[in-house]
Design a protein around this ligand. Structure first.
Ligand SMILES: N[C@@H](CCC(=O)NCCCC(=O)O)C(=O)O
Length: 268
């Protein structure tokens, strides 16, 4: 296939529609990748077998994924199964998507090991943290030190995605340099959050209650700088072109995937 633009793989959720499972990703993520990163988004079905799905491993092996120019992990109402990061019982056993965990966690490791640019939002950021050995709080609202990070379920969609709190950006971090500022207002639609950081990750932004709101893979400082691997707890894809940081974030991811695409084509 002779593609004229870089291709970004988007990890799918398995969404139950009645008794049937459908693999999908939110439209706003696809739009932001196509227009904000100038890439071709392709949806990656969840890999482990579901009720109707034989394993796709023989079609999507690691060589296939290494051809991608970027990987994007979208948000989702489902929660990462806590067995991936702790011995605690699940506080939300009805809200898991084992198939998504089964594809996102190995794909993140593959992206990190092979320098494939990666961007992750909300559940995606939590997965990036868990894939690298970090832990999550299962219910932030059960810890009194935290402000309310969940959306108003009765609000309109616009109300749910409007800015909810400020984040403080790490001095000398990527975000502060993208924005040329040390704080920004973000939306907030999550019940879980980072408890301990995974290996090689650094915090890029904090909520007013101290919760880590953005992370970047820095790897081992003694090695070369790692290619773009960033996660945010908020939703930059929402009306991305109306927000300076969201536009800059999808733009920076786009630059990283275009760089990989050009390198691959120069090697041919
Ligand atoms: N379930 C997790 C992650 C929250 C999240 O990703 N929400 C996204 C909602 C739908 C969307 O906008 O794609 C948690 O609650 O922390």
């Amino acid at each position: 296939m002779n593609l004229t633009k870089p291709v970004v793989g988007v990890v799918c959720d398995v969404i139950k529609y009645g008794a049937n499972g459908f693999h999908g990703a939110g439209e706003k993520y696809i739009n932001a990748l196509a227009h904000g990163s100038n890439a071709i988004p392709i949806l990656i079905p969840a890999q482990p077998a579901g009720e109707d799905l034989e394993s796709l491993e023989k079609h999507f092996n690691s060589d296939f994924f290494k051809q991608l120019d970027g990987i994007f992990l979208p948000g989702s109402p489902s929660n990462v199964q806590p067995s991936h990061y702790s011995n605690e019982a699940s506080a939300t056993p009805e809200s898991h998507d084992a198939q998504r965990d089964g594809s996102s966690l190995p794909l993140i490791k593959l992206a990190i090991e092979n320098g494939i640019p990666l961007l992750a939002a909300c559940r995606g950021m939590q997965e990036l943290n868990v894939a690298l050995g970090g832990e999550l709080y299962q219910c932030l609202h059960q810890h009194e030190q935290f402000i309310e990070h969940r959306e108003d379920k009765h609000g309109t969609r616009d109300e749910q995605y409007q800015t909810a709190h400020q984040v403080t950006l790490a001095e000398d971090g990527l975000f502060a340099s993208l924005l040329n500022a040390t704080s920004h207002n973000v939306n907030s639609l999550h019940g879980q959050g980072i408890k301990t950081l995974g290996q090689g990750l650094v915090a890029e932004a904090y909520a007013p209650d101290g919760l880590v709101e953005a992370i970047r893979y820095q790897g081992d400082k003694s090695q070369d700088e790692h290619s773009f691997a960033v996660g945010v707890q908020w939703h930059p894809e929402w009306k991305f072109n109306q927000d300076k940081l969201s536009t800059a974030l999808f733009g920076a991811f786009g630059d990283a995937v275009h760089k990989r695409y050009l390198q691959k084509h120069m090697e041919k």
